[in-house]
Each structure stands twice: as structure tokens, then as C-alpha cells.
Design a protein around this ligand. Sequence first.
Ligand code: PXP
Length: 254
Amino acid sequence: MKNNRKKNIRLGVNIDHVATLRNARKENFPSPVKAAELAIHSGADSITAHLREDRRHINDNDIKEISLNFPGKLNLEMAATEEMLAIAEKIKPFSCCIVPEKREEVTTEGGLDVINNHHKLKPMIKSLRDIGVRTTLFIDPDESHLEACYDLQIDCAEIHCGTLCRLHEKNDENFDFEFNKIKTFSKKLFSNGIEAHAGHGLNYETSKIISSVNEIEELNIGFFIIAESILHGLEKTIINLKESMIAGRLLKDE
Ligand code: PXP
């Protein structure tokens, strides 16, 4: 009889944009560490933070604090550079997700070119593996990269699902084709001992669609969670603020 039992699926919450907001006003709030605490408290399985070369959101201190406060929970997203490897070796996060990074991009624009960067990735993945850090590569669901992934002996591959999310948003007829590509790709990863993750651009609807793929074991979601949280938190914050103002009016004049 076919076993239809679905595997558990984990959620990694990307807190980069809490830092984006903090840095926009050069304040020390909202705190990404506090956001990580709330995320874990609410059921998130891990915390993802992307330490970019230009430190446009998350900074070195955030990474240090998150790794100290939430042992075994930090998924450090980073480019394949010597600087980032040195930081990862010092911090020893639970996992490292290696992503392509361009200074001028607004967000990570696509998966890694695993074939052309193989020579650079190989020693880096070995160094991370040697210190017990779980390794993930962020890749497009492009089967031509699979052999290089197997050779690198990565633990996980995070499938870039930005294209799928855009197609879904536009109700585009190519959606099914892209979804099938992701499904087949996940199965190939799984049957070769690589854990399949997915991320980029996910919202309630697309995370539901991706979660229907049994081989995908983790989703990493950032922007949508932070954007939704701002709208959901607005009502409570305004109620709290008006209460404070009314309480102020009741204070006796000095
Ligand atoms: N996974 C990876 C590898 C990413 O680079 C990003 C974006 O930083 C995400 C997941 C989260 O994407 P989003 O913010 O669109 O949910």
C-alpha cells in the first residue's frame, strides 16, 4: 500500500527587513533579535539572516546576538566570499545558505551558478562541513546544476521559487510548468540525499502550494511575513498609543 503520510515541514523566518526598518531611521529599534525571539516563540523553526557585503540590513552584531541567544537556530545567509567564511567559522551558525550577491540588486535575484562557481564553493563547503555547519546552496530548479550539487556534498538545496511566485501573482499559464519543474527537482534532490528547501517571494497562497510537495522540508520566508506583520500590528499599536495619550490627559498638571 502506498504510504501517503506527509513529512513535517519547517519554517525559517527571515528577519532581514526588521533591520531594514531599523536602519532607515538609524535607531536601535525594531530589534531583529527581539523579532527572532517572537518568531521562535510563535513556532518558527529557525531564523534566517542575510549578512550582506554592504551590511544594508543585518549587521555583524545582529548575527552575533542571534547566534548567542538562539543556539541551533541561526541559518546564516551569505555570499561565497573569504570574509563571510571567516565570520561563519567564528560564529558557527546551525546552517549556512550560500547565495549569489550583487551590490546593486534590491534582493537576491536568482539561484547560484553552481557549475561556474564549483571551484570556489568546494573548499568553502568543506570548511563549513568540517566545523559541523549544515550547508545549503540557493539554486534555481535547473537540472543542469544537479551533478555539481551532488559532487559538492551539500546537505540541503534551497530552491529559488521567485519565478513561481511571480507566475502565480500574474495568473500566468506557465505556472504549472514551473511548479512541475520544482516538484521534479525536489524529488531528484531527495533521492540523492539532499534535503530540499524553498524560498523567495512566498506568501500564504504560494507557501501552501509549495508545502504540497512532500519532498520539500523547509520554507524560508521574509518579506511577506514582515509586511503582513506591519499591517496586523498597526491596529494594536494605535490602540496602545491612544491609551497612553488618554492616560497622559488624566495626569495632574504639575
Ligand atoms: N531564501 C533566500 C536564499 C533568500 O535570499 C531570500 C531573500 O533574502 C529568502 C529566502 C526570503 O525571500 P522573501 O524575503 O522574498 O520571503
